[in-house]
Structure formats: structure tokens, C-alpha cells
Write a protein that binds this ligand. Sequence first.
Ligand code: URA
Length: 204
Amino acid sequence: MDKVEELQKLKKEMEEDKSLPLREGATQLVFGEGNPDAEIYCAGEAPGYHEDQQGRPFVGQAGQLLNRTLGTIGLKREDVYISNVVRFRPPSNRDPQPTEIAAFQPYVDREIKIIDPKVIVTLGRFSMNKFLPGEMISRVHGRPRKVTWHGCGVTIVPMYHPAAALRSPQVMQEFQEDFKKLPQILDEAKKEEREEKREQMNLL
Ligand code: URA
């Protein structure tokens, strides 16, 4: 099965999984979208009104800001993979609860495994806490951190949520500055991976 087929299978499983929370109040499942071979996986929080209506992640104002900001570093939305840690819209856009995030986690992890990105950009504190529990976004935003995730090394780059940037000029500035660091962070992550592979070859 290629990546597209694997993603389709995963989406179908989620659509059919009646145990997933928040389904009742939502219009539809909002699955991830983008380049299945992306080096950058962007992890948001949960669908809002527009995402729920269209069945696509980050298509409202926050999504437009994300698209523009990716543009400033020479990337199109289609170059990366965009997803959320929760896939049904919470009622009245309330914060997702820990049990809800946990319920979606096995699917999110499988999606990440299929994409196999070099870098995971977390957007906001909920997706950041999945990889960097207990951290404060105001302290760590824009600073890459290498973690082992299900046995594989991956670089996490915690960023502010674009919706938070839209609410505060200060956060907007930091959000944009953090994104400018992303090309170099990606290059370094790829270099490290090449070096690790070379070391493994030498050990064989
Ligand atoms: N905010 C998110 O976290 N995800 C979306 O898809 C839209 C807005």
C-alpha cells in the first residue's frame, strides 16, 4: 500500500470508529491534508466552524495566516502536511479536553508514522503538550527539540497557534519570527539524520 492508500484507510477507520468523542456535535470528520511525503507535519488543535463545514483543516482565518506565513519561507500549503490532534469540532469551539486528545492519539500517531516527517511543527499548547508535556509555550516557542517518538527520532518545533497570533500583535511578531527559523531547523534535522544513518552503517 502506498502512503495515499494508507491515509485513506486510516481516514475510513476514523469515520467508522463510533467510540471517538465529539462526533455527535460535529458536521464531519476533519482529516489531515497535504503532501504525503512532506518533511514538515503541522499539528494544530481541533477544527473550528469553517473546518467543520468544509471537512478540511485550517481553512478559516487562522489557516489563511498559516498559509501566508508558510509563503514567507517559500513554502506552499501543499508542500507540508496539515492536521490536528482532535478531528471533530468541539462544541462552541471550546478547548479540547485531555480525554478527547487521548482518544484521537492512536490515529494521530499512525498518521505521523505514515507521513514520517523530519520536523513536527506544533501549533498551540495542546499539540505541543502531546510531544513536550509540561512545557510552557511562551518559554519554548521557536526552539527545536529532538524527541524519540515511538522509537524514532523527530524534531519538534513548538510554535504559537495562528489564532493566538491574530489576537495579539506581539504574538504575531514572534509567530512570524519563529517560522523564519524553520528552513534552517529542517536542514539541521536532515543533516543529523544523515549523520545518524552514516554512524549506523559504520557500526554494521
Ligand atoms: N484551529 C486549529 O487548531 N485547527 C484547525 O484546523 C483550525 C483552527
